[in-house]
Design a protein around this ligand. Structure first.
Ligand code: ADP
Ligand code: MG
Ligand code: MG
Length: 208
């Protein structure tokens, strides 16, 4: 996977976030402040602009630039969290021109660690970690088993999807939704839903 693969991934995320903007906002209206779709759409529009203004030359630089733009542009919790995730992943990829599946899996592990360090959420707290953590595990397993990349990324997306669905019956313990206590039960976490889009975009980029 080269620089253009990572640019394709980020562009696919931006497109998906734009298409799902209202859906993400509706999810956030139920248990938050109804801005998750708008936050991410604004953030990824800024990411696209940053990548056009100063085209990065390595996969790591693509992710670092994307993360920095998200941190700069998104005021909500998701901006610093996703921003840190992309920056940590960029750092993990270093200045390699070509990324192996093993390095991709390690990069996503670094992204998860960055989010957990910053936000303090564990699995089961009804946050995007509930989609991200099982996806990262699924990718690690598939890569270890030598699964073909497109199949590995399909399994990764499926794990994220399942993790997001599993947030519905949970009570939120982090973020704005936690203010609702038991009233947060019965709704899908918006951040978990946007994490699914990120992995769907990754699978899409690999299928091109
Ligand atoms: P805000 O809640 O500040 O308006 P967003 O609506 O953009 O920000 O993002 C909300 C999402 O952020 C939640 O659905 C949840 O998945 C995620 N989130 C919030 N707090 C945390 C945290 N401490 N750790 C991990 N994810 C979190
Ligand atoms: Mg919100
Ligand atoms: Mg907000």
């Amino acid at each position: 996977m080269d620089t253009s693969f990572f640019l394709a991934w980020i562009n696919a995320i931006a497109t998906a976030v734009q298409a799902e903007r209202d859906h993400l906002t509706q999810l956030d209206a139920a248990i938050g402040d109804a801005d998750h779709g708008a936050n991410l759409d604004r953030g990824f529009a800024a990411v696209r602009q940053a990548l056009t203004d100063a085209p990065p030359q390595t996969p790591g630089a693509v992710l670092t630039a994307a993360g920095s733009a998200l941190i700069r542009k998104v005021g909500g919790a998701s901006g610093p969290l996703y921003g840190t995730a992309f920056r940590q992943m960029g750092r993990s990829l270093g200045d390699a021109a070509e990324i192996t599946p093993e390095a991709l899996a390690a990069g996503l592990e670094a992204a998860l660690a960055g989010i957990q360090k910053l936000g303090g959420a564990a699995e089961g707290d009804k946050t995007l970690v509930d989609a991200l953590a099982p996806a990262v595990r699924a990718l690690g397993r598939a890569v270890q088993d030598g699964t073909k990349l497109t199949d590995a990324l399909a399994a990764t997306e499926a794990a994220a999807q399942e993790g997001a669905r599993a947030t519905v019956p949970l009570e939120a313990r982090k973020g704005r939704a936690s203010y609702l206590g038991p009233r947060s039960v019965g709704h899908e976490d918006p951040g978990a839903a946007s994490t699914v889009l990120i992995f769907a975009a990754l699978r899409e980029a690999a299928g091109q």
